[in-house]
Ligand binder design. Structure first.
Ligand SMILES: NC(=O)N[C@@H](CC(=O)O)C(=O)O
Ligand SMILES: [Zn+2]
Ligand SMILES: [Zn+2]
Length: 425
């Protein structure tokens, strides 16, 4: 059964312009891209009507909360929210209940995603049992079950020897270590960054060094072990500096940044509303500038959402008591498009690469490219119509976002996974 997507606009990296192309999909793969309006015969046809057609977006850092926290999100709602946001592949974090630290839990996620998931789900497994930092998990068995990398996201691995052992073992299996960088001894009872907002509200602050100390330690351990080391949600100037230096000397390090750390600083926080609470916290304007420079010069490789849904009741507990985290799937692309492409700072191609081909390169995925032979994972995006962010209309169970009411352009309207429509307006 073939499917044609006609009259789509595709970014051309050579001319740096949008070009009208028609795309034929056959057997879950992209079979052909052509500028000539084809004879579609008896094939199924989707008229893109001048919308942007991109390779499906890839999000390498998300929380699906399943198993164990299904009141926040589950694999069905999380993957549908991802599809609505234009994502076709997502990688989910292991801070579930139980923690994803056994082959059975990895298989549970993969099976449920296959049965009920709207998009492709790649599970990470924990570095340490129960993410407690005391004992390594069985990396070989977890890899065998389908885990794509190891991380204790949600917490940092506090002990350097534990991290070194994890890296050596991951390296021997050809697997990456993905690190939530946070030194607990520097963060006691704080909810926001150590900066203007904390001072003005008489709050304790989370210092930049709590993140950067782990980055510095870990790039040295990555150098010693040879592992592919990936830094989660970079938020500080110091971390960017250390990653840049590590790359310069040839250490195998990659890094990600979230839209909120590229767009908001602690000076934008309007109140003690916990929808502005996430980990790492919103940093100073100077840090925001540094992470922007980091992605622009290639120090930071990719953009991820760190989609972290929580219930309304949990977020109503206030800045100090609410859990850290904000939802991301349904606002990520419009935010980045509106703030960086519409403003002329970045080309559309630069943004698309950081959300498609670059994550595919960093994690060795076959998707992320619009070319014949690639998996038929595609996203159609309306680059024209402006809409307001309405958290209550999110497909995600999590309505926790600081972006409610923002007027944005660049809304995904149709998402295709393996040649089948996963989301349509
Ligand atoms: N980012 C967050 O603020 N929260 C994440 C944990 C994490 O990504 O570290 C969560 O699981 O809620
Ligand atoms: Zn984290
Ligand atoms: Zn996370």
């Amino acid at each position: 059964m073939s499917l044609w997507i006609v009259n789509g606009k595709v970014w051309d990296n050579e001319t740096k312009e949008l070009q009208t192309l028609h795309i034929r999909i056959e057997n879950k793969q992209i079979a052909e891209l052509t500028a000539e309006l084809p004879d579609t015969g008896s094939a199924e046809v989707i008229d893109a009507q001048g919308k942007l057609v991109s390779a499906g977006l890839i999000d390498m850092h998300v929380h699906l909360r399943d198993p164990g926290f299904e009141y926040k999100e589950d694999i069905e709602t999380g993957t549908l929210a991802a599809a609505k946001g234009g994502f076709t592949t997502i990688a989910c974090m292991p801070n579930t209940r139980p923690v994803t630290d056994t082959p059975d839990t990895v298989k549970y996620i993969l099976n449920k995603a296959k049965d009920k998931g709207a998009v492709k789900v790649l599970p990470y497994a924990a570095i340490t049992k129960n993410e407690l930092g005391r004992e390594l998990t069985d990396f070989a068995a977890l890899k065998e079950a389908g885990a794509i990398g190891f991380t204790d996201d949600g917490v940092g691995v506090q002990n350097a020897q534990m991290m070194k052992d994890a890296m050596a073992l991951a390296h021997s299996l050809g697997m990456p270590i993905i690190a939530h960088c946070e030194d607990d001894s520097l963060v006691v009872g704080a909810a926001v960054t150590d900066g203007k907002f904390a001072r003005e509200n008489g709050l304790k602050g989370i210092p930049n060094e709590s993140e950067a100390i782990h980055v510095g330690r870990d790039v040295l351990l990555a150098e010693a072990t040879g592992v592919h080391y990936h830094v989660c949600h970079v938020s500080t100037e110091q971390s960017v500096r250390l990653i840049r230096l590590a790359k310069q000397v040839g250490i195998q390090v990659t890094a990600e940044v979230c839209p909120h750390h590229l767009i908001l600083s602690d000076e934008d926080i309007p109140s003690l509303d916990a929808n502005w609470k996430m980990n790492p916290p919103l940093r100073s304007p100077r840090d925001v500038q540094a992470v922007i420079e980091g992605i622009e010069d290639g120090t930071i490789d990719i953009i991820v959402t760190d989609h972290a849904p929580h219930s309304a009741e949990e977020k109503a507990r206030g800045m100090l008591l609410a859990p850290f985290g904000i939802t991301g799937f349904e606002t990520a692309f419009p935010l980045m498009y509106t703030k960086f492409v519409k403003t002329g700072k970045w080309s559309l191609g630069f943004l698309l690469e950081r959300m498609t081909s670059e994550p595919a390169r960093v994690f060795g995925l076959s998707s992320g490219r619009l070319e014949a032979g690639a998996p038929a994972d595609l996203t159609l995006i309306d680059l024209v119509n402006e809409r307001e962010v309405d958290p209550q209309s999110f497909v995600s169970k999590g309505k926790n976002t600081p972006f409610g009411g923002w007027k944005l352009q660049g809304w995904p309207v149709l998402t295709i996974v393996d040649g089948t429509v996963a989301w349509s307006e």
